[in-house]
Design a protein around this ligand. Sequence first.
Ligand SMILES: [Zn+2]
Length: 316
Amino acid sequence: MKPPILYSGLALDRSHRLRRDADLAELVARPTARFAPYWRGRQLLSDTPTAVVWLDRDQIPATIDPGQAPCLLLGEDSEGPLLALDISAVPGGEDGPDLRLGQWVGLRSVGSRLPASDAALLAYARGMLVWRDRTRFCCVCGSAVVIADAGHSARCADPDCAALHFPRTDPAIIMLVTDAEGRALLGRQPAWPPGMYSCLAGFVEPGETLEEAVAREVREEAGIQVISAAYAASQPWPFPSSLMIGFTALAEGGPPTADPHEIEDVRWFRRDQVAAFGEFNAPGPDGLFLPSRDSIARVLIERWLEGVLEKPEPNR
Ligand SMILES: [Zn+2]
């Protein structure tokens, strides 16, 4: 079954045991090791079919030593260990360094055209490498860190501190809010392309549950009171380090009021109005369009349009 949420459904053994027991330098040196390269936010994909390009050791640019460059274990298959390798130190023009194996592309620009397991693998690799890139110093004492667990943890190099740091996943809630009339509350941020409307969303704050975060964000961004909320689905979102936790929420109606600091406009839309929304490159009659197909926002809206989104009970 095709996973309904892009960037999920990883078909790879993450090999927790190898991660813990093996030495990264030894893994990198294995002749069976293969590397998914990453260059300045982009990943290498073949053209036909659109798929992850794996490099053998001898295909890695000569200026990169995978024992020294940011590199981490993703998992293993029947042939050997699979690693993510950051080769951002290699010079390259607009198209990136020419490895004669494919194109360097940003994951979001190609996500929905990828096989589901490849999209999940690239999301996993991207999330890990971005964390690695941003975890050079201990946030407790400021000392440098030493990478451990085949790239999956970082320990402070100062023995008096020795704090351990792990890859971040920041919980963010995203919700399809409906009222008693069956309308959906959609808004837009000023930074979005004109005409795009989507679900409200925000980060979970310390000291609140997911349901409380849903109610708070809807109140803050739209001035609307949530009555109840129910979990719908989640999505890894490594841009840079979120886990999107999708909810459906039932709210009191009334005119929404956009938070001027975060939201440019927020409105109740009837189902037939949303059904007429178009795509980014082909907006609907009012110039409105839905978020990209790779996003959980789009999935929640499509499920609501089809009538298959779970409705929260009013008294839950
Ligand atoms: Zn420290």
